[in-house]
Design a protein around this ligand. Structure first.
Ligand SMILES: Cc1cc2nc3c(=O)[nH]c(=O)nc-3n(C[C@H](O)[C@H](O)[C@H](O)COP(=O)(O)OP(=O)(O)OC[C@H]3O[C@@H](n4cnc5c(N)ncnc54)[C@H](O)[C@@H]3O)c2cc1C
Length: 444
C-alpha cells in the first residue's frame, strides 16, 4: 500500500486529506499537525471578536477525530522538524517529546503561513498579538473583556486589519487603525472604493492614522503606548495585521522557492522534487491576470490546491485553473468584492490599463425597498482589451457578480465580449440597463 505523508491539516491539508480519504481508499495517509485544532475559519475571528456571532463552534468544519474516523493516521500537536527528501522520510516531535520517523512515497506540504513579526522595539511585550490562529482569537477576546483595555491599536489596514478594527470598535474600545499607505485595502481596491471604506470606518468611530508607521511599542512588561513616525499614542492592546509569509523554513534550500520563500509549484501542485507537492499558503499560485507565478494567501486557493495535489499524488492527473485573487469584505454592512488587478496593480504588472466604471441604483427606481447604490469598475488592457480586474461595492449583497469577472479573466475575455453578454433583467434583481452592461458599454 502506497503511503502519503501530509504536513499540516488546516484548509489546504484538510482538503487534500478529505480527497485522499474519500476517493483513494488504497492509499495510506499519515498526517502531522503541530496545532491542537484543524480547519479553523480565520474569517470568523472578527465576527466572533466583534460579537456578531455568539459561538465559535461553527468556525471549525473538521477535526483530528473526523479525519481519523475516515481512516487517516493523524498526529495533532506534533511538529515536523526535518524532511530528508533523498531518503523520503520526515522526522516529527510529539507534544510529549517523542521523536517519530515516517517514510513516504509521496509528500504533501501544507505548512501554511505565519504572520509577519516586525523586529521593532517592544514587539514581544504582553498584549501585542497576531491575528491568525484560533488561540490568537481567544487571547484577543479575553483581553477585550477587561475594562483596563481601553485603547486598541490595529496595525495594517488590509482586509484582516480592517475587520479586526471593526470588531474592536464594536466592543466599545477606542480603536486606532494604522497603515503606512494612504488608504485601507489598497492592494485590492482603487481609491474610488477605498475612500468609501475609509469614510465608513471613520463614521463608525474607528480613528484612521494612514501614512503613519509604528516605530516602537513601549511598556513595562505590558504594552502602554506606541510611537509612530508622527507621534505617540496610548495603547492597551496592539493587534498586528501586516501580512503573512510562507511557513517554509523547514524546507531549507531543498526545493525551488519563489522570491518570498513560497514553494514553487506547477499546475499539478508538484514541486521541484517530483514526489513532493506543496499547497495552500506554503506554495505559489498561477495568477491568470498577470500570467505569472504569484503568492496569494487565501483559504479558497488553499482548498482548491489541496484537491488538485491529492488527485495528482494518487495518480490522477489534474491541472489547477490558476487564480484571480477573488476576494470580498463586509464592514458595517458595506460590501466590497474584487477580482484580478486594480488599476495600480495592473500598472505595476506592466500593463497599459484603462478602466470603465458605472454607478447606479441596483434596481429600477420604482423598487422602493432594499434598493441600494452599486458601484462597479472594470480594469482592462488598452492594447488587447483583455479584462484584468473588476471591483464592485454596495450595501446590497452583489457578491455573486464578481465570479463572472473571475471567469472572464481566467478565460482571457475582452471587455467587448462583456458589453454584449446576455444578462437577464428582472426588477427584483437589476435594471434593464444593468450596471455590468453599462460599465462594459462605456469602455473606450
Ligand atoms: C484573520 C484571518 C481571516 C481570513 N479571512 C479569509 C477569508 O475571508 N477568505 C479567505 O479565502 N481566506 C481568509 N484568510 C486566509 C486563510 O485563512 C489562509 O489562506 C488559509 O488558512 C491557508 O490555509 P493553509 O492550510 O494553506 O495554511 P494555514 O492555515 O497556515 O495552516 C497550516 C497548517 O500547518 C500546520 N503546520 C505548520 N508547520 C507545521 C509543521 N512543521 N509540522 C506540523 N504541522 C505544521 C499548522 O499548525 C496549520 O494547521 C484569513 C486568514 C486570517 C488569519
Amino acid at each position: 500500500m502506497k503511503k502519503i505523508v501530509l504536513i499540516g491539516a488546516n484548509h489546504a491539508g484538510t482538503a487534500a486529506a478529505n480527497t485522499i480519504l474519500d476517493q483513494y481508499p488504497d492509499y495510506k495517509l499519515k498526517i502531522f499537525d503541530r496545532n491542537s485544532n484543524i480547519s479553523y475559519l480565520g474569517c470568523g475571528t472578527a465576527l466572533w471578536i466583534g460579537k456578531q456571532i455568539h459561538s465559535t463552534e461553527g468556525l471549525f468544519y473538521s477535526s483530528p477525530e473526523a479525519l481519523r474516523a475516515k481512516g487517516a493516521d493523524i498526529l495533532a500537536e506534533t511538529e515536523v522538524k526535518n524532511i530528508d527528501f533523498a531518503g523520503k522520510t520526515v522526522k516529527a516531535l510529539t507534544k510529549s517529546g517523542e521523536e517519530i520517523t515516517e517514510s513516504y512515497d509521496k509528500l504533501i506540504i501544507a505548512s501554511g503561513s505565519v504572520p509577519i513579526h516586525p523586529r521593532i522595539p517592544g514587539i514581544d511585550l504582553e498584549n501585542v498579538r497576531h491575528v491568525k490562529l484560533f488561540q490568537d482569537g481567544q487571547a484577543i477576546n479575553e483581553a477585550l473583556e477587561s475594562d483596563d483595555v481601553k485603547n486598541v491599536i490595529v496595525v495594517g489596514a488590509g482586509y484582516i486589519g480592517v475587520e479586526i478594527a471593526e470588531a474592536a470598535q464594536r466592543r466599545g474600545k477606542n480603536t486606532f487603525l494604522f497603515e503606512s499607505a494612504d488608504t485601507s485595502l489598497s492592494s485590492y481596491y482603487d481609491p474610488w472604493f477605498t475612500k468609501d471604506m475609509d469614510e465608513n470606518l471613520q463614521d463608525h468611530g474607528v480613528k484612521l492614522r494612514f501614512g503613519e508607521t509604528i516605530t516602537e511599542i513601549c511598556g513595562d512588561g505590558k504594552v502602554e503606548s506606541v510611537k509612530t513616525t508622527k507621534g505617540e499614542y496610548p495603547a492597551d492592546l496592539v493587534l498586528l495585521a501586516i501580512g503573512f509569509v510562507p511557513n517554509t523554513s523547514l524546507i531549507g534550500d531543498s526545493l525551488e522557492k519563489f522570491r518570498n520563500g513560497a514553494i514553487l509549484v506547477d499546475k499539478h501542485q508538484q514541486t521541484s522534487d517530483p514526489d513532493v507537492y506543496a499547497i495552500g499558503d506554503s506554495a505559489t499560485v498561477w495568477n491568470n491576470a498577470t500570467g505569472k507565478q504569484d503568492y496569494i494567501a487565501l483559504a479558497t486557493n488553499a482548498v482548491r490546491s489541496g484537491i488538485v495535489a491529492a488527485h495528482n499524488a494518487c495518480g490522477t492527473a489534474l491541472e489547477s485553473s490558476g487564480v484571480q485573487g477573488s476576494n470580498g469584505i463586509s464592514i458595517y454592512g458595506l460590501n466590497m468584492v474584487s477580482t484580478g488587478l486594480n488599476l495600480a496593480a495592473a500598472k505595476k504588472a506592466g500593463f497599459d490599463p484603462l478602466y470603465t466604471e458605472y454607478e447606479d441604483l441596483q434596481k429600477p427606481g420604482f423598487i422602493e425597498n432594499n434598493n441600494y447604490k452599486v458601484k462597479i469598475r472594470i480594469v482592462y488592457d488598452k492594447e488587447t482589451r483583455r479584462v484584468l480586474g473588476a471591483q464592485m461595492e454596495s450595501y446590497q449583497d452583489i457578491s455573486m457578480g464578481i465570479h463572472m469577472f473571475s471567469l472572464a479573466i481566467e478565460q482571457q475575455l475582452t471587455i467587448d465580449k462583456l458589453a454584449l453578454l446576455d444578462i437577464f433583467f428582472l426588477p427584483h434583481f437589476n435594471q434593464p440597463y444593468n450596471y455590468i452592461t453599462m460599465a462594459a458599454l462605456n469602455a473606450k
